[in-house]
Ligand binder design. Structure first.
Ligand code: NAD
Length: 247
């Protein structure tokens, strides 16, 4: 796109997908590329990248402000700006009774899932606001809305994202930047594979559509949320749960 102009389609958008080496982030980066967008993927330095993302990947640890700032700056330089940022970085952590989760584990999960989202927001919002356009999307979870048994830190971290995006959305509402959250229920990815089989079965029983979601289905909704067309929705939590979420 021509420098200084704002995108009017996804194909004209310059997108940074964080957590792009796996699962929902990987599918999102592929989907956005297929739609013609410029895409840079970021993930931990230790990440194993899929072949299709070669040449457009950066190392980033969302818990490290200097790492995030460096990767955001590099992505902006590579693409000539940054119109959309999708933050899919996250971990599940131990699936265990709250009484068995250490404070260290609790803080580690919150640091990656919630503090990381804050750090990413601080890194990308000034440039978007200055440009007068932007789409920032963080991935929450049904766990953040409902609370899931044996996932106290994960549920708390994902609930925190809801408050974070609602606050940021209000602060940046006049800037041309939207800040939203996606709350997936169960999407078949390496992270979901860590949920014990009996707990997966219990969650499956609560999905009216009778099946888990796919990363491609997540990517399709994400593409809409970060599109220029999604111009009047900010501070919102989009569900992706096959009908499981009830509010
Ligand atoms: N899969 C599901 O059922 C489901 C449901 C609800 C919410 N989510 C959320 O969706 C997001 C994507 O999850 P997924 O299922 O694709 O999992 P995934 O494990 O396949 O992918 C997560 C990615 O985040 C990266 N990551 C982890 N820590 C990071 C860090 N500190 N800095 C940068 N990158 C980091 C990982 O390397 C990985 O590539 C997560 O926030 C997850 O909590 C997933």
């Amino acid at each position: 796109m021509i420098p200084g102009t704002l995108p009017s389609t996804v194909a004209e958008s310059r997108c940074l997908v964080i957590g792009a080496a796996s699962g929902i982030g990987r599918a999102t980066a592929a989907q956005l590329r297929a739609s013609g967008a410029a895409v840079v993927g970021a993930d931990l330095p230790s990440a194993h990248w899929p072949a299709e993302s070669a040449g457009s990947t950066l190392a980033m640890d969302v818990t490290d402000p200097s790492s995030v700032a460096a990767a955001v700056s590099a992505a902006g330089q590579q693409m000539g700006g940054l119109d959309a940022v999708v933050n899919c970085a996250g971990i599940l952590g131990p699936v265990a009774s709250a009484l068995a989760v250490s404070v260290e584990d609790f803080e580690r999960i919150v640091k990656i899932n919630l503090t990381g989202a804050f750090i990413v927001s601080q890194a990308v919002l000034p440039g978007m606001a200055e440009a007068g356009y932007g789409r920032l999307l963080h991935i929450s979870s049904t766990a953040g809305k409902e609370g899931v048994i044996n996932m106290p830190a994960y549920s708390a971290s994902k609930a925190g994202i809801l408050g974070l995006v609602k606050s940021l959305a209000k602060e940046f509402a006049l800037s041309g930047v939207t800040v939203n959250a996606l709350a997936p229920g169960n999407v078949i990815t390496p992270l979901f594979d860590e949920v014990p089989a009996e707990q997966q079965a219990a969650q499956a029983a609560r999905i009216p559509m009778g099946r888990f979601g796919t990363p491609a289905e997540a990517a399709s909704l994400i593409e809409f949320i970060i599109s220029p067309a999604a111009s009047y929705t900010t501070g919102f939590v989009f569900d992706l749960s096959g009908g499981r979420a009830t509010y």
